[in-house]
Design a protein around this ligand. Structure first.
Ligand SMILES: *Cc1c(COP(=O)(O)O)cnc(C)c1O
Length: 360
């Protein structure tokens, strides 16, 4: 068997241990004689899977009792609509535009109310996080929305915006469980799991209970109402059962690794290796201002499109996959999520050094 180092932005690398455990349980999950894929979501074994997954996630993130954890479908993009439908009581929300995902979320929210774009970093291709210490927050805003880690551009909020008492809603798809978070600072934290936690098809929403309402936007589909999902404990209909099972295994892996504090240390060590190399390289250059660099997604360029393409091609031949950057940034992007081992980043940096020597 040969595994590559997979730097994909998502779906992305998962811990080998988790994949192996899932493979071992594929034909016969704990003596049930069937795979988790084949079992009723109302069965006792699945009830244990989802209950344990939620308990482990609560443990890892220290989620307070007055927050609900929902395992939903539709990806992060479905939440771009669900959030305004459920949260826009006054019909107003403030969005900070730090990339394509925040932009799309704002566009979707506009269908349900007034959207103020209160800050943006679009003037410099989203290569930084705007100053959020004194934002023009609307008095009537129901919430302030951020995309906390910008998967495409490689920026991350190092400090949360000053929302002046308004509820903070954060898309954490690409930094989920990469470091400790203070859940109490948010009204809603959500993310698609295919970046840092599990297989595509599951989205996790962590929402403060008092934000779960009955009087949502008129016409909101039953499935998109948080109250429906919270009342049914994510089992209103068939949930993404296999995805939840894998997420549960990743939560256990994270706990075994030492939890989110240990992940943060590990992620900082990996990112430092790559950023330190970029900072002294004659050929490669990081595209993000230093203060706002993401620990998870690292875009870089050579400044020459042909050379970028050559790099991506030769890296692939060397077992370093999915390094092509997003089309709006060009160049390369290395996504170094929780499950990317330190050795993977070492191999990438060694390859970059060699490529630089050969092509400078
Ligand atoms: C990938 C991504 C999305 C979109 O996720 P889908 O599950 O494909 O809808 C949204 N936000 C961020 C930050 C992402 O990285």
């Amino acid at each position: 068997m040969s595994r590559v180092y997979n730097f994909s932005a998502g779906p992305a690398v998962l811990p080998e241990e988790v994949l192996q455990a899932a493979a071992d349980e594929m034909m016969d999950y704990k003596g049930t004689g069937m795979s988790v894929m084949e079992m009723s979501h109302r069965s006792k074994p699945f009830e244990e899977i989802i209950t344990e997954a939620e308990a482990d996630l609560r443990d890892l993130m220290e989620i307070p009792d007055n927050y609900k954890v929902l395992f939903l479908q539709g990806g992060a993009s479905q939440q771009f609509a669900a959030i305004p439908m459920n949260l826009m009581k006054n019909g107003v929300a403030d969005y900070i535009i730090t990339g394509q995902w925040a932009k799309k979320a704002a566009q979707e929210a506009e269908k349900y109310g007034k959207v103020n774009r209160i800050a943006s970093s679009e003037d410099k291709v989203f290569s930084y996080i705007p100053d959020c210490s004194d934002l023009p927050i609307d008095d009537n805003a129901d919430y302030v929305y951020i995309c906390e880690n910008n998967t495409i551009y490689g920026t991350k909020y190092k400090e949360l915006p000053n929302t002046k008492g308004k509820i903070l809603v954060a898309d954490v798809s690409s930094c989920f469980l990469s470091e400790p978070v203070d859940v109490t600072k948010y009204g809603v934290i959500y993310g698609g799991v295919q970046k840092n936690i599990g297989p595509a098809g599951t989205v996790i929403v962590i929402i403060r209970e008092d934000l779960i309402r009955d009087d949502v936007f008129p016409g909101t589909p039953t499935m998109l109402k948080y109250k429906t999902q919270a009342d049914a404990k994510s089992l209103y209909n068939t949930p993404p059962a296999y995805g939840i099972y894998i997420c549960g295994k990743v939560f256990k892996w994270l706990k075994k690794m030492g939890g989110l504090e240990a992940m943060k240390e590990r992620n900082e060590k990996k990112a430092k290796l790559l950023y330190d190399f970029l900072d002294q390289s004659q050929l490669f250059k990081g595209t993000v201002v230093k203060e706002d660099r993401s620990l998870m997604n690292v875009p870089f360029v050579t400044g020459n499109e042909e050379l970028d393409a050559k790099f991506v091609k030769e890296a692939k031949a060397a077992g370093l996959e999915n390094l092509k950057g997003h089309r709006t940034v060009g160049g390369m992007r290395a996504s170094i999520y929780n499950a990317m081992p330190y050795e993977g980043v070492e191999a990438l940096v060694a390859f970059m050094k060699k490529f630089e020597e050969e092509n400078l």
